[in-house]
Write a new protein. Structure first.
Length: 287
């Protein structure tokens, strides 16, 4: 009993700290002056080297074996990971931060739908209710965004959620494989793709501090912590901690640069957050 409690505390602490590191990410993206592809290059390259060095220290010579053992699921996961990294930045720069993070919050529900299609895992009644409520709330926010001209950003936010959901399904389908190296490969793919579109790699003025700080604190460190957390607690519990980003992310942006979400986004977002929180708590109680 003592060991189980210890694991619970470890996993919860890792997930909490990891998500708290992520919460200012959207604010840093807003504060950075560098163009989209330049930002994507550094968000791919810096975390790639930081996490790669960490993995080499931990796994040493076994890292090569680990890398090649990830197989086809690893390649697919690297692809979805790279896609979500790109679409997230495009979304943040084309709509309110709150809209993007609310769209990303529906990823667990979308993963349940994809699990039904590809893994034949039929969601229970509670999950179906949560899926319907969150999807209707997302449609409500989409409708508001069309009128405000933020529709493009919301679409990319939804694509990000869909990419994350696909990643969840790939991880579930390859439970016996360690896909951490695949995420590192995904970061490298982002950097390589960005190279072809970057017009200027130079970091000037405040970007010299903001960009590296963001890449290490908000991307590399939480990536490692949130990869370790599911070893100690369930995926549902990890998803519950991610709701902190959906709440605190827009709050930091509002406090610093006064970007206020629309009433419709707040209403739809609250419904989505409460639905996922209640669903996650019910799942945790059942396990």
């Amino acid at each position: 009993m003592k060991n189980k409690l210890s694991d619970q505390k470890k996993g919860s602490l890792l997930a909490f700290v990891g998500v708290m590191f992520i919460t200012p990410d959207s604010l840093f993206i807003r504060l950075a002056n560098i163009d989209t592809w330049g930002l994507l290059f550094y968000r791919g390259a810096i975390p790639f080297f930081v996490v790669l060095i960490g993995l080499l220290v931990v796994y040493k010579s076994n890292f090569i074996t680990l890398f090649f053992s990830m197989g086809f699921p690893g390649i697919v996961y690297a692809g979805t990971f790279a896609l979500t990294n790109i679409t997230f930045i495009i979304s943040i720069q084309n709509t309110n931060v709150a809209n993007t993070l609310v769209m990303v919050a529906i990823a667990p529900m979308l993963s349940a739908l994809l699990g039904l299609i590809f893994l034949k895992e039929n969601p229970n009644k509670k999950t179906w209710i949560a899926i319907i409520i969150t999807c209707l709330s997302a449609i409500y926010i989409f409708h508001d965004s069309i009128q405000l001209g933020n529709f493009l950003g919301d679409i990319f936010g939804f694509i990000t959620a869909l990419g994350l959901a696909a990643g969840f399904v790939v991880v579930r389908s390859a439970k016996n494989k360690n896909l951490v190296p695949a995420a590192v490969l995904g970061k490298l793919i982002v950097a390589i793709i960005a190279v072809f579109f970057v017009t200027n790699f130079e970091l000037i003025e405040k970007d010299i501090i903001i960009v590296p700080l963001m890449c290490v604190l908000c991307v590399a460190i939480p990536f490692v912590l949130l990869t370790i957390a599911p070893r100690f607690i369930t995926a549902a519990e990890v998803n519950l901690f991610f709701l902190l980003e959906t709440i605190l992310g827009p709050l930091w942006v509002w406090l610093v640069i006064k970007e206020q979400p629309s009433i419709e986004t707040i209403q739809g977002g609250l419904v989505i957050i409460l639905t996922i929180a209640i669903h996650s708590i019910l799942v945790i109680k059942k396990t």
